[in-house]
Design a protein around this ligand. Structure first.
Ligand code: FAD
Length: 428
């Protein structure tokens, strides 16, 4: 079959969630998911894999089990988007037509942008939580490290889960501490950005944490080369405008790299892309800015928030309401995305700071207003949420097309908006 009511490109966190909803709404045979990978990954678990708390197998399920039974799964890559003709082509030479297109292709790591990194990665010292092949290596390297220098890097530009580089550093440092080896290992976190974290409320806690634990943080320090055989990392030091103003070389015994990242080439060269190569998506409605029957969601979408699965879940509720309305002949702007994203910052075994924020760094915490925890602090309950509740909710709710926590937050927002709306006529 070559024609569908809804075609979803990408069956990752966002795509699977959207597919489940539309199969339920439209019935079998109406929805196709074009997705080349036979494995579906819950990537947020890789942080815990690198920390030795979970196995990589727990992050992986067969794609056929995760995608809804009523969707036609097309195991191929989209090679071209033809939005003016409502068609996409795939790598196996086929073409699929759609009434509505949802683009959920995620983003890609650009390992080759750091000279020498592809060769050094996996040599025992150079590791990364950012791929399923290399995430287990982080824990192996930390366990093997007896003395010297453990170095953690964060690149320039947009990355998925901006907290991931921090988590790798803090969890590894905690392991060294618990193993009694911390006095013999210096720990450095080299960040390309000029702030330790973008949201001031959480940056304050992180600054106190690194000071307390003796982690040397270098800002404006961007990894450009790895000399694997010499165990040297070469950084450019960035000036105020982000330009290189100098070079710094650091020796390492263990190097955890968060690689530069960007949109997929197939998206960047398509008519769907904005100037940065991302899917040109309205940041509030999730609708494409030029093709009304196209929506973007998740990491591939040009929305200025932190790229996380939590953000994709919140975006799904907006996309669902607006696309449902469009299908029914209405407008596609009834629901509005506020930029909600969440990053559970695991700081050590048994502790996590649950960061939740939206556009402009607006704090959008769930538990703090209930008086349960202070989300600007490390907390054991939040560790349980990160390690147990969220993985469960991902497999059993989100990828099945249900985001009850998002519905709850939206209901609260509506309640808060009501008194203001009711008060408005009286004020006139
Ligand atoms: P993905 O889940 O990456 O899915 C994209 C899909 O598109 C893939 O299945 C891919 O195979 C497919 N695809 C690629 N190319 C094509 C093509 N040409 N045609 C068709 N399909 C294609 N998020 C959180 O919420 N909390 C966290 O704590 C957190 N921690 C993280 C830690 C790490 C180490 C990493 C790597 C990520 C973390 N994230 C976290 C981010 C989260 O995993 C992503 O934001 C989320 O997976 C985005 O979903 P997506 O569907 O947009 O992309």
């Amino acid at each position: 079959k070559g024609s569908y009511k809804v075609v979803i490109v990408g069956g990752g966190s966002a795509g699977a969630t959207v597919a489940s909803h539309y199969v339920r709404k439209l019935g079998p045979g109406q929805v196709a998911v074009i997705e080349p990978s036979h494995q579906h990954y819950y990537q947020p678990l890789w942080t815990l894999v690198g920390g030795g708390f979970k196995g990589i197998d727990e992050s992986r399920r067969p794609m056929s089990d995760v995608l809804p039974a009523g969707a036609d799964w097309i195991p191929a890559s989209v090679s071209e988007f033809l939005p003016s003709d409502n068609r996409v082509s795939t790598s196996d030479g086929r073409t699929y037509e759609y009434d509505y297109l949802v683009v959920a292709t995620g983003m890609q790591a650009k390992w080759g942008r750091v000279k020498g990194l592809p060769e050094a990665l996996g040599d025992g010292a150079v590791v990364s939580n950012m791929s399923p092949r290399t995430a287990p290596m982080t824990y192996t390297a930390v366990r093997a490290l007896r003395s010297g220098h453990a170095l953690f890097t964060m690149p320039k530009g947009v990355v998925k889960c901006p907290g991931a580089a921090h988590k790798a550093c803090y969890i590894s440092e905690d392991h060294l501490r618990r193993a009694g080896r911390r006095p013999d290992v210096a720990v450095t976190l080299a960040l390309a950005g000029d702030k330790i974290f973008g949201v001031p409320r959480y940056a304050a806690t992180i600054s106190a944490l690194v000071a307390d634990r003796g982690i040397d943080v270098r800002l404006n320090t961007n990894l450009v080369e790895v000399r694997g055989p010499q165990k040297e990392a070469v950084f450019e030091v960035l000036g105020q405008a982000g330009q290189a103003v100098g070079e710094r070389v650091m020796k390492y015994d263990m190097l955890h790299v968060t690689p530069p990242q960007g949109p997929l080439d197939v998206v960047a060269r398509s008519q769907l892309a904005n100037e940065g190569g991302w899917v040109a998506t309205d940041p509030e409605t999730m609708q494409h800015t030029r093709y009304p029957n196209v929506f973007g969601i998740g990491d591939c979408a040009a929305v200025p928030t932190s790229k996380t699965a939590a953000a994709a879940a919140a975006q799904f509720l907006v996309l669902r309401d607006n696309l449902d309305s469009l299908m029914a002949g209405g407008g596609a702007d009834g629901a509005r995305y506020d930029g909600y994203s969440s990053c559970p910052l695991v700081t050590k075994r048994g502790a996590c700071m649950m960061m939740e924020f939206g556009y402009g760094g607006k704090i959008m915490e769930t538990f703090t207003p209930l008086g349960v925890v202070d989300q600007s602090k490390e907390d054991y309950l939040m560790w349980l949420v990160k390690t147990e509740a969220l993985p469960w909710a991902y497999w059993n709710l989100m990828t099945k097309g249900y985001v009850p926590w998002g519905e709850y937050k939206n209901a609260l927002k509506r309640l808060e908006a009501k008194p203001a709306a009711a008060a408005a006529p009286a004020a006139q």
